[in-house]
Design a protein around this ligand. Structure first.
Ligand code: 4AD
Ligand code: MG
Length: 433
């Protein structure tokens, strides 16, 4: 690669006082009779630049035209300056303007909706820049975690002929003269592949027609899933804990600056990176909720957000809850031998109100039971014949789980809304730009 004379702002700041050549966009500008101040932005950072009328009248005149988000190339001298936002200031000696930007539609104090309407422009904000960098680390960490533990990456189809996580949230799409559905999970196809590859993982787009207008649901999100032959519930929950801890560790290693921009409590993340995460049964969770917190949750009901939040708040770290009532669980989650009313499944609940970030289970090996449960859900079990074949030809115990990538991004970044954890959010109300 040929060396460019341009560096990023971050590289320039790392070098300290020196002559620099930078390219970027005008993040802020302020003009007085004597000076033009520009805060320059690029992918790495921001830096204050100044042009003095007295020292450089021609350049001053040129710079006076600059507007927010104009694109520029500058040369100048970088010097320490306590008053500047990043502690340094550049005195500009040369300025090339590539484009004078039209008045930028985003100004300070905008409504969230306007920011979503202008998402293609809002991606440039320091906040989204920081979130996207942390997301990049999280995605990389997931690949690294599985690849370094002997898992193969395996891809499943996105067009799928039937539901696996409830018919109500299926997205139906036209498929030539017929119809099909968008993937709600990679799992069923992964269950076929473990007979070939043993331990596998994947991360991919996942679609659910979620009608719930919560701050934690997207219609299109990314799920990172794993599936492993010979693995039972206890072991798979430990893999999930190790994965989540590893993700937090990697973010702490690579993204301190971004966490500071987001004003995230880094001490708390350091705690999550090291702590043991407890495992409790659903029945124990109810004990806690009903006895200690005087809530009134009857056995058999799924935990609502406030209840999940309470449990995670109690432990102050991610908590694994296992053995939910089988009645409210998907057809592939098997009954426990000790108590068939309980399913061999788990959720991981994140603290600080972020709740469910992981869902998984052992997989049922009982074809008759699954047929019965599919029928009860109004499904035609014959659509699952290929899946039942997996129980006929060398069936083995196996388990897996899915991590909601945006849920994890949201939690680690401390975001209020999951829509900010993905570049272009898709929800019931939002499918543009
Ligand atoms: O708990 P879920 O529904 O589990 C499954 O789909 C399993 N088949 C996964 C598996 O065992 N391989 O979804 C897994 C995770 C949830 O814990 C949550 O973090 C996330 O995916 N998730 C969503 N994230 C954003 N928006 C939505 N609508 C989500 N639905 C689930
Ligand atoms: Mg779930």
């Amino acid at each position: 690669m040929t060396e460019s004379k341009y560096t990023t702002i971050e590289e320039a700041l790392n070098k300290g006082s020196t002559d620099v050549n930078l390219r970027g966009w005008v993040y802020r500008e302020r003009k007085s009779n004597k000076f033009v101040f520009i805060v320059l932005r690029d992918e790495s950072d921001i830096i204050q630049c100044v042009i003095s009328k007295e020292k450089n009248p021609k350049l001053f005149e040129k710079a006076e035209k600059l507007t927010i988000e104009s694109s520029v190339m500058i040369s100048g001298e970088l010097k320490k300056d306590e008053r500047a936002p990043t502690g340094y200031e550049i005195s500009i000696s040369d300025l090339e303007i590539l484009q004078i930007a039209e008045p930028f539609p985003i100004t300070e104090h905008q409504s969230p909706e306007l920011l979503y309407d202008n998402r293609h422009l809002w991606l440039r904000s320091r906040k989204l820049n920081a979130v996207l960098k942390i997301r990049h680390t999280i995605v990389g960490a997931i690949h690294e975690f599985f690849r370094s533990h002997g898992y193969y990456e395996f891809d499943a189809p996105v067009f799928q002929p039937s539901q696996s996580e409830g018919g109500a949230t299926l997205f139906e799409v036209k498929y030539f003269e017929d119809k099909t559905y968008l993937s709600q999970t990679w799992q069923l196809y992964a269950e076929a592949a473990i007979f070939s590859l043993g331990k596998i993982y994947n991360m991919g787009p996942t679609f659910r027609a979620e009608r719930s207008k919560t701050s934690r649901h997207l219609a299109e999100f990314w799920m990172a899933e794993m599936e492993a032959a010979w693995m039972e519930l206890e072991e798979v929950t430990e893999v999930a804990k190790d994965e989540i801890r590893f993700i937090v560790q990697q973010v702490l290693k690579h993204n301190r600056k971004e966490l500071e921009i987001l004003e995230r409590d880094i001490k708390l993340l350091e705690h999550y990176a090291k702590a043991e995460y407890p495992t409790i049964k659903y029945a124990e969770a109810l004990d806690l909720l009903n006895n200690k917190y005087k809530m009134n949750v009857p056995w058999g009901k799924d935990l609502r957000t406030i209840e999940e939040a309470k449990i995670a708040e109690h432990f102050k770290v991610p908590v694994v809850v296992t053995h939910y009532p089988i009645e409210i669980m998907g057809f592939y989650k098997p009954p426990s031998k000790e108590n068939p009313k309980e399913a061999l499944c788990f959720d991981m609940l994140a603290p600080e109100g972020y709740c469910e970030i992981v869902g998984g289970s052992e997989r049922s090996l009982l074809v008759e039971d699954m047929v019965k449960r599919l029928k009860a859900d109004g499904e035609d079990p014959s659509n699952y014949d290929w899946y039942f074949d997996l129980r006929k030809y060398g069936s083995v115990p196996h388990s897996g789980y899915g991590v909601g990538v945006e849920r994890v991004v949201m939690w680690i970044c401390g975001l209020d809304n999951i829509k900010d954890a993905i570049p272009f959010p898709r929800t019931l109300r939002r499918r543009t730009p």
